[in-house]
Design a protein around this ligand. Structure first.
Ligand SMILES: C[S@@+](CC[C@H](N)C(=O)[O-])C[C@H]1O[C@@H](n2cnc3c(N)ncnc32)[C@H](O)[C@@H]1O
Length: 343
């Protein structure tokens, strides 16, 4: 096959940038919105394997999730649709016994169906388990069946979580509320851990720039690190007595540290990327060679590619970019993951 079809998702308002990134990889790609601003069909003039390999090799910043479209079914939005889906899976028998399989279903917001996306999972799970011997899971799947219900058409594809760029349904990362005790911002660092395959427990000593009220600091402390938190604002009282915390209630421009004091530098300042990156650049000597950076970059005027370029220019030549990604928990932002050179 010389062409292939996918469904892509981005954060709301950023689809055009995801599309631009895909078009750069595959000129001639066509897009059609399924949900304005965030969800779109992708028709690529290249085979699916080639597209997936290229996306994994040079992962687009704004493409949060992608699912292949290998089968399309006509829908009449009644319970009969579920029978059609069951029949398709019975014909395909696409899995080996014992494989862990997640059914991830979504639907177009405005369109009404006689069943919910969860009903799709409920219909397929027993068939997969009883007739095909697979283990139904929600997370940690070997394979995912992605089902998208649009007005009149169901788009279905089978792939691995890695191929989808995320093992969350549509890349929508849903952490439990009670994990959110200090600030919602904590979710950004939790998601960065997952997205960048970053084991925070491997670090000894972190500098958290723009730390208040302390979501990121609390996660780093939970992971066992010594944390130096810098912010003129107030840290959450629950953190203040932590034996591994040093809290400097100051502007980050007014602090200095001995060379190589930290092996991790995180920064989540809601500030202009230019000023933020200059400030981080000044703090770089405090990071050991080979040390890791996780930095939130605010997208001020919606020129994201230029913003990334300028931010990196301010950090060069000391920082090597490992990945730039707009996380589900980033709003008008994206997250940079980098390493200090000289290891
Ligand atoms: C989005 S909040 C950080 C949230 C934090 N990551 C969390 O998890 O709770 C941005 C913080 O950056 C701080 N900030 C802004 N400019 C700063 C500067 N020059 N030096 C230090 N902190 C700064 C602000 O005071 C604010 O508390």
């Amino acid at each position: 096959m010389t062409s292939s079809r996918f469904i892509g998702s981005s954060n709301f308002g950023f689809a055009q940038y995801a599309q631009e990134e895909i078009r750069r990889l595959f000129p001639g790609t066509k897009f059609k919105y399924l949900e304005p601003g965030e969800l779109f069909l992708i028709d690529v003039p290249a085979p699916a394997e080639e597209v997936t390999a290229a996306l994994l090799e040079a992962e687009p910043i704004f493409l949060r999730h992608i699912q292949p479209v290998q089968h399309e079914l006509l829908l009449d939005k009644t319970g009969d649709d579920l029978l059609k889906l069951i029949r398709l899976i019975q014909e395909l028998r696409p899995f080996a016994a014992g494989e862990k399989v997640a059914v991830q279903a979504r639907k177009t917001k405005e369109v009404k169906f006689a069943y919910t996306p969860y009903g799709v999972k409920d219909a397929l799970d027993p068939i997969l388990q009883q007739e095909q011997g697979v283990e139904s899971v929600v997370r940690g799947a070997d394979k995912i069946i992605s089902v998208y219900l649009a007005d009149g058409t169901c788009y279905l594809g089978i792939s691995t979580p890695r191929e989808n760029l995320s093992d969350w349904n549509g890349g929508m990362v849903r952490y439990r509320k009670e994990e959110e005790h200090v600030s919602r911002a904590k979710f950004k660092l939790m998601e960065a851990e997952e997205r960048f395959d970053l084991d925070l427990t491997q670090f000894q000593s972190a500098l958290d720039v723009g730390a208040a009220p302390g979501g990121w600091t609390s996660l780093l402390l939970e992971r066992g690190l010594n944390v130096t938190a810098v912010d003129p604002g107030h840290l959450h009282p629950s953190l203040l007595d932590h034996p591994q915390l040093t809290y400097l209630q100051k502007n980050a421009g007014d602090v200095t540290f001995a060379e190589g004091s930290f092996d991790l530098l995180v920064c989540d300042m809601s500030w202009s990327p230019k000023q933020m990156s200059k400030l981080v650049a000044e703090l770089l000597p405090a990071l050991q060679p080979g040390g890791i950076l996780v930095i939130t970059v605010k997208l001020m005027h919606k020129k994201p590619f230029q913003t990334v370029k300028e931010t990196l220019q301010n950090l060069e030549p000391d920082v090597m970019l490992l990945k730039a990604k707009q996380l589900f928990h980033n709003r008008e932002e994206l997250t940079l993951y980098g390493m200090k050179e000289g290891f």
